[in-house]
Design a binder for this molecule. Structure first.
Ligand code: PLP
Length: 241
């Protein structure tokens, strides 16, 4: 069967073959070597100083980024289902949220972002999609991220690149967290999410130390040592590697 969705996508045969080997335990030198190599390769692809892999779909990484990087007020862009989701996550955690709502075919304007920042000096995180899959919309996230950082360099910029990471070369110069998912551009089965992190994001994560399963401080501590806090989705990581 052929899948014509943004994801899950068809998984190429060479990847399926790589994943058909007997399951290995995640706390073994054998898997740690694969994990280390995958970390290196991912950092090369996304060009960020740190990367985390989580056993979750992309939404899990979105939740982890919002809770870990936003303490006061979230500014999010809703130009479709996935942008709307950032607002829903904020609501679920009682995080105040300012939403810029547009039609599905309308990218976020620079003016609307700057206006929201001026009106809400307590905004400490900004969320946007690189590609909003709902309507197939490419936001000029690079321009908006740069403007946000010029306004206040301490605002954390979270970019959902679930249908962009691995598709095009992404400008991460003003991005603190870049989110990817296995079942979209990476053409793997669902179940692995990826978060690229800036140095500033790492500091914020350590300072906030929030959550349990999605505690990114716990993950960082383990993943720099080429292991994961909880059981890793070993098969998908082998497919990615
Ligand atoms: C698919 C998608 C998501 C959600 O990812 P899940 O893996 O379904 O949780 C979020 N953002 C974008 C842009 C997507 O395409």
């Amino acid at each position: 069967m052929l899948l014509f969705t943004p994801g899950p996508t068809p998984v190429p045969e060479f990847v399926r073959v790589a994943m058909s080997e007997p399951t290995i335990h995640h706390r073994t030198p054998e898997f740690e070597a694969i994990f280390a190599k995958t970390r290196t390769l991912l950092k090369e692809v996304i060009k960020m100083p740190e990367v985390l892999m989580l056993a979750s779909s992309g939404t899990g990484a979105m939740e982890a980024c919002v809770t870990s990087l936003c303490a006061k007020k979230l500014l999010s862009v809703n130009s479709g289902k996935f942008g709307e989701r950032f607002g829903k996550i904020a609501k679920a955690f009682g995080i105040p949220n300012v939403e810029i709502k547009n039609a599905w075919d309308t990218p976020a304007s620079l003016d609307s972002v700057l206006e929201a920042l001026k009106q809400n000096p307590d905004i400490d995180a900004f969320c946007i999609q690189a590609c909003e899959s709902a309507g197939g919309l490419r936001h000029s996230y690079e321009i908006l991220a740069k403007a946000v950082k010029e306004f206040n360099p301490n605002i954390m910029v979270i970019v959902d690149a679930i249908t962009a990471m691995g598709v095009e070369e992404l400008d991460v110069s003003c991005v603190d967290a870049l989110i990817g998912g296995s079942q979209k551009a990476f053409m793997l089965p669902p179940g692995l999410s990826i978060i690229g992190l800036s140095q500033k994001a790492i500091e914020k994560i350590e300072e906030r130390n929030i959550g349990f399963y999605f505690n990114l401080k716990t993950e960082l501590k383990n993943q720099v040592k080429n292991t994961t806090a909880w059981t890793a989705p070993t098969t998908i990581i082998i497919g990615l590697c």
